[in-house]
Design a protein. Sequence first.
Length: 698
Amino acid sequence: MTPDQVALLHELIKNRTVLNVNGVDVSIAHASLDHFVVDLAVLVHKLKDMENLQALLVAVRMGDRVFLVGRSRLPEVHVGEIFAEFGGGGHAFAASGTVRDLTMVQILERLPDVLRRHVNPLWEARHLMSSPVKSVNASDTIGDVRKTLTRYNINSLPVMDDGEMAGIITRQVADKAAHHGLGKIPVREYMSREFASVTPDASVESLKELIVGNNQRFVPVFEEGRLAGAITRTDLLRHMVAGVRANHRQGAGNGNSELIPRKRSVARLLRDQLPPPILKMLQDMGQVGDALGMNIFAVGGFVRDLLLRQENLDVDIVVEGEGIAFATEYAKQHECRVRAHRKFGTAVIIFPDGFKVDVASTRMEYYLEPGALPTVEHASIKLDLYRRDFTINTLALAINGEHYGDLHDFFGGQRDLEERAIRVLHNLSFVEDPTRMFRAIRFEQRLGFHMGVHTEQLLRSAVRMGFLDKVGGGRVFNELVLIFMEADPLPAVLRMAELDLLKYIHPSLAGIKKARPLFEAASQALHWHALLYTGETCRRWLVYFLCLTASLDRDAIEGVCSRLSITARYRMVVAQEREESHRVLQDIHRYRSRGRTPRASQVYRWLTPFSTETLLYLMASAGHEEVRRWISQYFTRLAGASSILTGSDLKRMGLPPGPRYREILDGLLDARLNGKVVTREDEVALVKKRFLRSAPKT
């Protein structure tokens, strides 16, 4: 290939997009050049093979003409008929054309409409159905059925009798029956016994006839006599509207539309964004899943940040099947360890270098009451994603063989990533788990997104109604810790204050905006400490938590510790050390106000009782550069200092053991800190001069 061909191929790869038309993925690539490049058809063929594309349309402007080349491996995509609309021609699998009277922009705008007319549908019932299917028994009461419908947030259920599907019960029928006092009657008395079913290969058109034409809201899908899945009216509606949306986002009112995929391949993005070891790991996991007959997905923040082109190697895997069995088999083949939690159906794969991957079975959660911990059951990938907090975290990336790289988006996650919006999946999200309020703020500030108007209204409503009071304090504290572990937690803190969330921690924190300078000073102190490379661990979140509660008195901070169920380990820092540090800081300021400079030993005695986090909090709170300099002196020169001589040395010198040893060793340390002694010999001489002569005779 010539340099010009390489450059053009690179441009086509960079500009390639995928449109899902009637269930078929069609790739479109375009480029613009001011000069002519030969053998465009060869480059298109290379691109098709490199990306393993089933249907590819390429438009390249060279000078005053646009050259079209198309290749297809699918009978559903007849590229000859497609290019005929632009004056080109060819057959079903290869075509080309040259356009003089249209610009590149005009061609790309017309393509979606042309594709909708010429690409034959490929969707079948298997693509729309949900599985496994929740059901009730014919002997269950109407009251029990209503609880099941509410628990799983569904509107229709199949009714099973001796392992066979006997009917369908809807929420409307169950509610009316209960209204008439029939809550204890078996559901078999009021279920619909006449229903149609389909097989997995049924067309979307036949589903439309059943659901729209016959008004059947729930269509069971049977495979070899077994209930394999179900399709609801909502599933069909979502499929029908997901193909096209009006292009009004930029204010265009001309009726133009764009095709948006509910499922698309991001295999190339995986290759471009992930380190080779992580990419290989995902491919290996897909192979293990194929061997076990399980569908394997990467989910959560890993997928979200992949689409945002942000590094995130915190990989979460879910398995449609037994997650522990999958983790065990993968670990066996790749010399890893597995830590299993059978109660929850989860596992952690631990690699030889310490890298960890969380694995779970696909599951759904429901809440018996607001703020309670969820009850968990096995479910499909769709229901697993529905239990998550926000739409941007509901994306699933298939990593199995033939589906490798397919991105599943059931709830509009890609749309909200594009719109940079944080949105909940349903209106009771903050009621069922109020800690999601803190996570909404954390994601909003970290990603630079905005909370959707409706989502923010739901959050404010949940705050007003006091749902946070129903949540264990430890869970709220964990969310605060995660916020304070962010690179810059101040915007999230200010947002919490704006949304009245800080009142839950303590009513006095409502005016936290005044603490902005303290948080900014803490951030500077933490950066300074990190650059010291002392090797000491520092819990950044604890420094910020001390800043958050800086204005609270002793009784208030004790109340906060109790409310948030803070453990004794951290309570000692948050309450005891914090209060003592305030007294020490007052002493230091009094010392400075008298125009005195403390000796190094005095600085050491002031500061050595405190943890690193409390000292950095003191540095942020100092309020005077000279005081900060004294604290920095402790970190850089004084921390960890000790005398060379020990109690054993004193005994060998003839000093009798006793409480005086502490006085002598403290005196030696003070002398060393103040530069009075340097070597061991200096210390020995000082002991002989100051202490040995006055030692009591034995």
